[in-house]
Design a binder for this molecule. Sequence first.
Ligand SMILES: [Ca+2]
Ligand SMILES: [Ca+2]
Length: 355
Amino acid sequence: MAKLMVLTLLGLGLALFRDHRSSYLTRMNAFREIKPVELPNCKLVKGIETGSEDLEVLHNGLAFISTGLKYPGIKSFEPDKPGKILLMDLNEEDPVVLELRITGSNFDLSSFNPHGISTFTDEDNTVYLLVVSHPDLKSTVELFKFQEEEKSLLHLKTIKHKLLPNINDIVAVGPEHFYATIDHYFVDTYLTSWEIYLGLAWSYVVYYSPNEVQVMASGFDFANGINISPDGKYVYISELMAHKIHVYEKHANWTLTPLKSLDFNTLVDNISVDPVTGDLWIGCHPNGIKIFSYDAENPPGSEVLQIQDILTEEPKVTVVYADNGTVLQGSTVAAVYKGKLLVGTVFHRALYCKL
Ligand SMILES: [Ca+2]
Ligand SMILES: [Ca+2]
């Protein structure tokens, strides 16, 4: 009898494991192959070799790029070097990148591990750069003031909070006010791997301000990118493992209510919003398995989606660029400025194209 019980439990366990295994492979989009979509006028950006996970373009064409991310389960090509913030001027014919010097007495450069970024421009045109960092794999938001003349970032403040344990990306709505995606619930990496494998969907979105911090949306299977419409009325959230982009209505008290979701056949990462048209530009991972188990012989591909008219009944989705990993591996972000497209990746390169 005892043997039968053990066998039954073992059988049930195996069946459950098989169910989760197949659902995990579907969530990872493990069987997706890439059909290349090429752009004629592209080149790799010189000086970017350790990733460009997130980037944001200011209204004047200056782009901030975060480079050198170390993230559990993702290969780093320079695991012992701190990350940096790069600047690129998209107005130039042949733009190059420049490392922004970081100043401020209390900032530890050696553990800087930049991930998602966002900017906020004040009424007096002061530009604040907010950067998610993972010093010793913890999560902070580092607040900087951009000093354009000096080509430097003045560190103003480190923000930490118990509701902000594993931040992926942020969208600034004030100099120290933002929404953040918390991409997984557990801090312990062993528990995190089970959380992701089982698809618990305990990832959430927080609103942070110096006097109020609150969870505003939850139940995501890896909330990743976040951004806001040009009129500030809608917040867009990408749910990586569910292959969805969610549109939320933002209210005066900063709460969010779900409006609609769009489904894709790719793992959606960071979201950029074209300030002129309101179009969404998404850096995507066609096959998640290739991201989490990097193999140079069978590299992850890249995919860039453009979503037009997202608020209408029939949004238009275009695959603007797709590559099998020969040129660009692990695209995380794409942004446009005056007919130019800049695509960042989690591993090494970045691509710059004329559309
Ligand atoms: Ca961002
Ligand atoms: Ca991201």
